[in-house]
Design a protein around this ligand. Structure first.
Ligand SMILES: [Zn+2]
Length: 491
């Protein structure tokens, strides 16, 4: 009987030699699976804490080499004495029952008694699986779990993944630091620090404070403009940093809306307003009044169906500067921007509706429309006489719209199609065009500018003065928006 057992044991040793002489412990973390050294101290499972600390982005430093060591985490200080079961966590002495050891320069700790103590002071949930020799590090416990950095044609997108919606605060500090503070949050420091990409950012710091967590990014370029929003599924804070020094490259369509892929908020920009009348018709019809009415009709249609939220840059006869329009659009975190206008020309026979998106103008007519719409804004910057094509190229080099150019062109074509369906019986359909509209520049989302008709044409002016036509314009824009929403949300 005894011989049989012996043979059996020998067979097992031959078949599973690794199981009987283990050399490592598996560490399971969010980022994958790692191995650290395993050993047995007086028959007790032990692992290299030096290696585990390194995996967690921490360090063990020797106070007296081979005698005492310290592990300093964000919140706690653990002190070890080699060959002693006693450790101190901050000012409290704890007994591990079994002693630590120094093996090949590494500090080894008894797995079963050290892990629960370690778990208590860490943000993660840390457990020891004796059967399988696995240390499980569960970062689900964190509220801030990960960071993603991606460069865009016109700036940088920072995404901070967060397990639940949280209040947050962003502020800049000297040395090009952008700091994001989240109260009552616990941050997965190791995971986030692993995202440090020197090509994109200069430096990255993660702080876990008692009542908050802070992520600080040192940027490569001066911070000029940024906008931020919370986006669900997965929950994340998205910060778009705009690099306004980028020059335009029309091919740069990035296939991204928003910055997320949901289209749920439209910014309606009624052109002109207040002291800025816009174009004036032959019968003294004011553009500012016509476009406000169309904008309100559009808002009403959208609010009725509740497919989109509406933000209006103005809903009364009020002057709004370019900066204000852009700020309203970006701060409201709109997904689409539609600026509504009526056109004018020195040639009274010119008529029709037209849809534009922002890009360098290709022809004189488009340039003329842009000049007309840009005039009030440029007047704020320069004296009106200063306005010439050089100013336009200056504005173009400042454009931040190129990231959304493809989507903007797409949206323009969808609205144009609806215009043709609904309005071409009434007036002329003019081709979609592109031009350098200041009012679209600086808006960080796909955007178009529509010219409902020409106030300087007798028949068009009559149309613009009819409720029926204005309603049709609003309906056509809305139909185009719905197409756009359907297309981009199904991507
Ligand atoms: Zn206008």
């Amino acid at each position: 009987m005894k011989t049989i057992t012996l043979i059996f044991t020998a067979a097992i040793i031959l078949l599973f030699p690794i199981n009987l002489f283990p050399t490592d412990v598996t560490v399971q973390l969010a980022g994958g699976i790692e191995k650290i050294d395993y050993d047995r101290i007086d028959g007790i499972d032990a692992f290299s804490l030096s290696q585990l600390a390194a995996l967690l982005g921490e360090r063990i430093s020797w106070e007296t080499v081979g005698i005492s060591a310290v592990m300093q985490t964000d919140r706690h200080r653990i002190r070890f004495f080699v060959n002693s079961p006693y450790i101190s966590i901050d000012d409290t002495v704890k007994n591990l029952t079994f002693p630590t050891a120094l093996i090949k320069g590494n500090l080894f700790v008894p797995a079963e008694t050290f892990t629960p103590l370690f778990d208590q002071i860490r943000q993660e949930r840390i457990t020891w699986d004796k059967e399988r020799r696995i240390i499980r590090i569960d970062s689900e416990y964190f509220t801030i779990t990960d960071l993603a950095l991606s460069t865009k044609a016109n700036g940088l997108l920072i995404e901070l993944f967060i397990s639940e919606p949280k209040e947050y605060e962003i502020y800049e500090s000297e040395g090009n630091w952008l700091n994001i503070t989240i109260p009552d949050a616990t941050v997965n420091r190791r995971q986030i620090l692993a995202r440090k990409n020197k090509k994109i950012i200069r430096d990255l710091n993660v702080f876990q404070f008692e009542a908050s967590a802070q992520i600080s990014l040192r940027l490569r370029r001066p911070i000029e403009k940024y906008s931020s929003r919370f986006t669900p599924n997965p929950g994340r804070i998205q910060i778009s940093l705009l690099d306004t020094t980028v020059t335009i490259s029309p091919q740069n369509g990035v296939g991204k809306i928003g910055p997320d892929n949901k289209i749920d908020r439209i910014v309606i920009d009624a052109g002109h307003g207040g002291k800025d009348y816009g174009a004036i018709g032959l019968k003294k019809t004011k553009e500012k009044k016509i476009v406000l009415d169309i904008s309100k009709r559009l808002a009403k249609l959208i609010r009725k169906e509740k497919l989109l939220e509406v933000v209006m840059t103005r809903d009364k006869d009020k002057y709004i500067s370019l900066e204000e329009r852009t700020r309203i659009a970006n701060e409201s975190k709109g997904d689409v921007y539609v600026s509504i206008h009526a056109n004018a020309s020195l040639k009274r026979n010119i008529r029709g509706f037209q849809v534009f998106f922002l890009a360098a103008a290709k022809n004189d007519d488009a340039r003329a429309a842009a000049q007309l719409e840009n005039a009030p804004f440029l007047a704020e910057i320069n004296s009106p006489d200063d306005f010439n094509s050089d100013n336009l190229s200056l504005i173009l080099s400042d454009m931040i719209q190129n990231e959304f150019q493809e989507e903007s062109a797409d949206l323009a074509s969808m609205v144009d199609r609806e215009f043709r369906k609904k309005l071409s019986k009434n007036t002329k359909a003019r081709a979609i065009d592109q031009a350098a509209f200041v009012v679209l520049n600086g808006v960080y989302m796909p955007s178009i500018l529509v010219e409902a008709a020409f106030l300087t044409n007798k028949d068009d002016e009559k149309l613009l003065n009819s409720k029926k036509y204005r309603q049709k314009v609003a309906e056509a824009i809305y139909a185009g928006l719905k197409r756009f929403k359907a297309k981009y949300e199904s991507k």
